[in-house]
Design a protein around this ligand. Structure first.
Ligand SMILES: Cc1cc2nc3c(=O)[nH]c(=O)nc-3n(C[C@H](O)[C@H](O)[C@H](O)COP(=O)(O)OP(=O)(O)OC[C@H]3O[C@@H](n4cnc5c(N)ncnc54)[C@H](O)[C@@H]3O)c2cc1C
Length: 308
């Protein structure tokens, strides 16, 4: 199965690349391992994507992006990419099911939530520990939960959870939020949110599910136990670059280094979206990267006509 371009990842970067590349009449395959939209699909209300006066649901926008890319001929499959050969003229993409080949690969695998690194955190995932308030919030109707973090995602998560929960503790390691002013104000004015500053989670207390958390005040070093049924972790993300480590250049945080044309150092290999070393990781910048990567892919293919 030989394609002009294989796009790995079906988030906004991948769908935007697919849209632009398929409108250029290239033969496109987009491979996604989970569900359409990536991180965007876990956002309940997006207020900062141009064109939507009212908040737009991330999953709905993802389905629209997917359908739009399909309309212009992109083939979309749901498989997990497990290996890549990128240093040849013909690139090979291996999934659990098949091998696919292409002239160009666009890496759009995005990022995943960062973990706290606590002993039982992994085993309690889905049993009280969550990285997606939009996905899991409704399970905590009339219960008490904690959100960890101080950025936009933590603030948005805390606000979203107040729709269901009795009380939402927002625990942050610093003494002020990093979230934008609009979110900060909404958080500070919400009576269901209890802010706990200068504190970190030391331990998750659980039987088969989360029962409480032990937190440490970083100034007084005092420990306190808070009874919560759910723990929502929103402390940032890590790039999904395990597959390309040692193959393309990464920065010290593991993000792919590209130039402004989304080119990696390997000919015919581009990267777009949150997976890339850059300043602002948002839907709009992911979509922009995807469009540029597709445009440059088209150029690369026409300039190297005859190579394949
Ligand atoms: C909770 C939350 C709220 C947010 N709110 C906003 C907001 O309000 N506004 C805004 O602009 N941005 C928001 N963001 C950020 C925004 O979602 C991201 O910047 C954007 O989704 C990045 O798009 P992407 O396509 O680069 O990567 P991602 O969205 O991370 O998508 C990457 C895709 O690649 C797939 N993938 C990874 N590895 C493989 C593999 N090996 N094989 C196949 N597929 C693979 C993943 O399954 C995923 O679907 C939010 C993020 C989060 C987590």
């Amino acid at each position: 199965m030989f394609y002009d371009v294989i796009i790995i990842g079906g988030g906004p970067a991948g769908f935007s690349a697919a849209l632009y590349a398929s409108r250029a009449k290239l033969k496109i395959l987009l491979i996604e391992r989970a569900f359409a939209g990536g991180q965007m699909a876990t956002t309940n209300e997006m207020e900062n994507y141009p064109g939507f006066e009212d908040p737009v649901n991330g999953y709905e926008l993802a389905l629209r992006m997917e359908n739009q890319a399909k309309r212009f001929g992109t083939k979309i499959i749901y498989e997990d990419v497990i290996d890549l050969t990128l240093d040849q003229d013909v690139k090979t993409v291996r999934t659990l099911q098949n091998d696919y080949q292409a002239k160009v690969v666009i890496l759009c695998m995005g990022a995943s939530p960062k973990e706290l690194g606590l002993a039982n955190e992994k085993s309690l995932r889905g049993l009280g520990v969550s990285y997606c308030a939009t996905c899991d919030g409704a399970f905590y109707q009339d219960q008490d939960v904690a959100v960890i973090g101080g950025g936009n995602t933590a603030g948005e998560d805390a606000l979203f959870l107040t729709r269901f929960c009795n009380k939402v503790y927002l625990i942050h390691r610093r003494d002020r939020l990093k979230a934008t002013k609009v979110i900060q104000e909404a958080v500070l004015n919400n009576k269901k949110i209890v802010l706990i500053w200068n504190s970190v989670v030391e331990e998750i207390i659980a039987d088969s599910r989360v029962l409480a958390i032990k937190i440490k005040d970083l100034i007084t070093e005092q420990l306190a136990e808070i009874k919560v049924n759910g723990l929502f972790v929103a402390i940032g993300s890590v790039p999904n670059t395990g597959l390309v480590s040692g193959k393309v250049e990464l920065d010290r945080f593991g993000y792919i280094i590209t130039d402004e044309k989304m080119r990696t150092k390997l000919p015919g290999v581009f990267a777009a979206g949150d997976i890339r070393a850059k300043e602002l990781r948002q839907v709009i910048t992911a979509a922009s990267d995807g469009a540029i990567a597709a445009y440059m892919a088209e150029k690369y293919i026409s300039e190297n006509d005859g190579m394949w």
